[in-house]
Design a protein around this ligand. Structure first.
Ligand SMILES: [Fe+2]
Length: 402
């Protein structure tokens, strides 16, 4: 397949501008906060996504390239052992220099050189550069969603509960709710990516899985349904919870999803649009795996495995009478995050992109309201530790067919 250098450059510019557009509504101070160790300051995201292109494109494909600032490799490397030492994640906000202004200048400098690398690289090296650049763009898009997650957490810490934007991304209401769940026909089915389009290494290869007949619910669980669980004392009944989950309920005093707040006039939810009365018909969001599992137990149902989830979408599609609500909240599956049989990590230092995280996490499927459009695809595997809930995570129920 021939690679169009100018088309690739246009994609690069589009993705880079989109990141800046996400930060545009922020105040200066919002860029610097790290209220909890797993939240990164937006300033760091702006630098780190730039560092990715410097480390993996400019260093490799621009002859004679000299590092923009030798300190930046240490400040903005996230987790690549092969690249060298780095600031540990909980300490990211301790770095006040480079300043936000300097980080923006760094972005502009790298943005000025990427076109040079792209236009001057030899035809022989172009495919390799294009592959890395494309990965860099999908990486930056992942950080766009992370920015939305982190911005929500950061703004929620302020007592005025400021809105990010009146039209900030929030999970949309599923318009039609067919009552009967969808029957997924069991058998040996294929899951995973086999296309020529971009996919992360963890989505490949396509492979066979054995699926039993299963029923998958058409729509994600709503706030109304989840509120019934809360009102029924779901957070007080240890028998509904996995042991580790119950420990979190007790230690962190969980009594509702992360951004629910009970005020004098009932439950409210903080979103990127500010604090508003709970939208009962919207999908429940910002629940941990433990909460998703406990809710399913309370309903006498269960979460789907990722093989069941993907098979359901392949058999029924996503529109009309198919699997609905995909792309509003990520959906927890009951599958542990492991490599697919035949998994081959990306080459070189980029082997660290996904493979080394394949333990102690659960897979989520589907995409969310803050995901860039092309990330909402049926083979995409998101993953988080089961106690995490600052991501846009919700619930879809499954039940045995027999
Ligand atoms: Fe990253």
């Amino acid at each position: 397949m021939s690679i169009n250098r100018e088309q690739l450059l246009a994609q690069y510019n589009q993705v880079r501008r989109a990141t800046e557009a996400i930060c545009a509504p922020l105040e200066y101070d919002d860029h610097l906060a790290q209220p909890i160790e797993f939240v990164s300051p937006p300033k760091w995201h702006l630098g780190h996504t730039t560092w990715f292109f410097e480390a993996f494109i400019l260093n490799a494909y621009l002859p004679g390239y000299v590092a923009y600032d030798p300190h930046f490799q240490w400040v903005f490397n996230s987790y690549y052992e092969a690249v060298g030492d780095r600031v540990q994640r909980p300490k990211r906000a301790t770095i006040t220099r480079p300043t936000l202004v300097q980080v923006r200048a760094y972005r502009a400098a790298v943005d000025a050189l990427i076109p040079v690398a792209l236009r001057t690289v030899s035809d022989a090296l172009l495919p390799e550069l294009a592959e890395r650049l494309t990965l860099g763009l999908h990486h930056e898009e992942q950080h766009q969603e992370l920015l939305c997650m982190d911005i929500t957490y950061i703004l929620r810490c302020s007592p005025s509960r400021p809105a990010y934007a009146v039209d900030g991304p929030t999970p949309g209401i599923c318009s039609s709710h067919p009552t009967a769940p969808l029957l997924v026909r069991g058998g040996v089915h294929q899951i995973g990516d086999a296309s020529d389009a971009f996919a992360f290494d963890n989505e490949r290869p396509e492979h066979e899985v054995l699926v039993r007949d299963v029923k998958i619910h058409c729509a994600p669980v709503t706030n109304r349904e989840y509120l019934a669980f809360v009102d029924a004392g779901g957070y007080q009944k240890h028998n509904l919870w996995l042991s580790d989950g119950w420990a979190h309920v007790l230690n962190e005093e969980w009594e509702a999803p992360l951004y629910w707040e009970k005020t004098g006039d009932g439950w409210h939810e903080f979103t990127l649009r500010g604090l508003h009365p709970l939208e009962l018909d919207a999908p429940v969001c910002h629940v941990s795996y433990y909460e998703a599992d406990a809710f399913a137990q309370w309903c006498g149902k269960r979460l789907p495995t990722e093989a069941e989830w993907e098979t359901a979408v392949r058999q029924h599609g996503t529109g009309g009478r198919g699997v609905q609500g995909i792309g509003e909240t990520w959906e927890w599956t009951s599958s542990a995050y492991h490599p697919y049989p035949g998994f081959k990590p990306f080459a070189g230092a980029l082997a660290e992109y996904n493979g080394k995280f394949m333990v102690n996490q659960m897979v989520l499927r589907g995409g969310c309201c803050a995901s860039p459009k092309e990330h909402v695809r049926i083979t995409y595997r998101n993953f988080f530790q089961p106690e995490m809930r600052w991501q846009f995570s919700g619930i879809r129920l499954a039940e045995d067919a027999t």
